[in-house]
Design a protein around this ligand. Structure first.
Ligand SMILES: [Zn+2]
Length: 157
């Protein structure tokens, strides 16, 4: 967590700070966390802040919620270099990073309209497999169709 990232957004008492998000991706990040439609979670956000590490970055603070490692790992698709701080009583109590696992389960639907997972009579878990991280290669576990990071964002469950 950089000091510069911390200062730009008002301090919060408890919650989660997500720093080093690629510029312009903040709303995608909130979507991945299911917070885009939240009417109850206070979120502060700065976008396009100059950054030594990323050139430009977004920073966000989610109040009164400690995001779990599982929630944070979803962000690896769009913000692989994000640094995360869990804030308790205005201090960074824990630092976390995001890691892309081998599978995204029940996060997003397959983007292929004829995939077996779109058949309501075949209730299957939604499984996107991570074949490679660099470059990022994601495929549906059932039909094998490649899914881009934007596909995931656009087909969130
Ligand atoms: Zn599929």
């Amino acid at each position: 967590m950089s000091e510069e990232g911390m200062r730009r957004v008002t301090a919060i008492q408890n919650g989660t700070v997500i720093d080093h998000v690629p510029a312009g991706s903040a709303l995608k990040v909130l979507g991945m966390l299911g917070l885009l439609d939240s009417r109850s979670t206070p979120i502060s956000l700065v976008m396009n802040v100059p950054s030594k590490k990323l050139d430009r970055k977004d920073v966000m603070k989610v109040e009164d919620r400690e995001l779990t490692q599982e929630e944070l790992d979803r962000l690896a698709i769009i913000a692989p270099n994000a640094s995360v701080g869990i804030i308790r009583d205005y201090r960074v109590a824990e630092k976390r990073s995001v890691t892309l696992g081998t599978e995204l389960r029940d996060l997003a639907r397959c983007s292929f309209s004829n995939c077996i997972t779109t058949n309501p009579r075949e209730p299957l878990p939604h499984r996107i497999l991570v074949h490679s991280t660099s470059p990022l290669e994601l495929r549906c576990a059932y039909c094998g169709k490649t899914q881009s990071a934007d596909d995931i964002v656009n087909h969130l469950i």
